[in-house]
Design a protein around this ligand. Sequence first.
Ligand SMILES: Cc1ncc(COP(=O)(O)O)c(C=O)c1O
Length: 415
Amino acid sequence: MTIFTARESTIRAYSRTYPVVFKTASYARQIDSDGKEYIDFFAGAGVLNFGHNNAAMKAAVVDYLQRDGVLHSLDLHTEAKAQFMQCFTDVILQPRDMPHRMQFTGPTGTNAVEAALKLARRVTGRRHVVAFNQGFHGMTLGALAATANEYFRGAAGVPLEYVSHQPFGDESADAEALLTALRDALQEPGVEPPAAFLLETIQAEGGVNVASAAWLQGVAALAKELGALFIVDDIQVGCGRTGSYFSFDDLAIEPDIVCLAKGIGGIGTPMAMNLVRPEHDEHWSPGEHTGTFRGQNLSFVAGKVALDYFADDTLMNEVKEKTGLMRDTLQPLLTGDSSLQLRGKGMIIGLDVGDGERAAAIVRQCFDDGLIVASCGIGGRVLKLIPPLTTPHGDLVAGLDIFVSAARRVLEEAA
Ligand SMILES: Cc1ncc(COP(=O)(O)O)c(C=O)c1O
């Protein structure tokens, strides 16, 4: 019996799937306490876009610590925060003509979503939020109400109210028909007008479901027409994951609020931030939504280094090349089995094997063979590949090889 089995809560989950003790990590590799190496295609569920212990971020953090830089500061001004905010403005917001303000919330994604929902309700004076089937937005009660998964919802202990779930417009759906049905559903007698539409452009936990541009644009237009806020939760697929900073850069939509977390702190320390249009931000009163850990200085320091990756196209071009490599390597798995599907955008790719047990067997086989990969989607039937964007070419090839041979083995056995 280990300290974990003896003392850690029953709630532990990932450690049941990957039952080793990890010791060190560098970019896309982790080493356990027995010295076994793993290639990491899970990357902290989208936190480690720039790799474990990214050298430039590590150097900046170590230097900050050596200089006795302020570590904890609530929402006080610090130099690290000013530098992060200036860089975010220069590199991300201004080139996109985004007037949005930055609201730092408690440091996990669910905090950002809570704040976004509160603000939307405040701005509109309405309660009802429209979210989507298979959507995932976090575990605190407000965000959980917007999360679709019944297993997670079942743990709430109280009714999860004022959110309705509607069909999600993925690329295979008829966007026009879904938009008509959505409009009709909102006009049903007794349905309150919405405060907000909350969605992911790619449902990551929900099974790597990629929304079509037409559907997203239709939802954004409907939000505007109904006087509701359009909120994009880019917590898992933002920060470069899809080949540009925001997952929606190429989709011609203009969110009122963008929720960011996970990768924004760069090195893996937590930070969450909402980008809020100024006319909505004006509705907050000072200190109305607080949190002891708003804006982590180590995350500001490393997060600023992460922004350097977006000052030119080098990393995003690399992501495009790596996306091509991933697709070319994975595509042959589909040959001869029409029940399998490959979905994704940029370096988030899902292989839907149609059944949670098969997916779990592939996860296990990969882990035995030295690759960390997770499953997601309904019943866990989708293998989600989200390697760090900085994964060295050799590790990407090696990880894909492990994945393809593990998948083939399990799929052939099941056939
Ligand atoms: C899209 C999305 N929103 C919100 C969250 C919640 O973030 P956190 O677990 O940091 O609270 C997640 C986490 O996976 C997510 O993927």
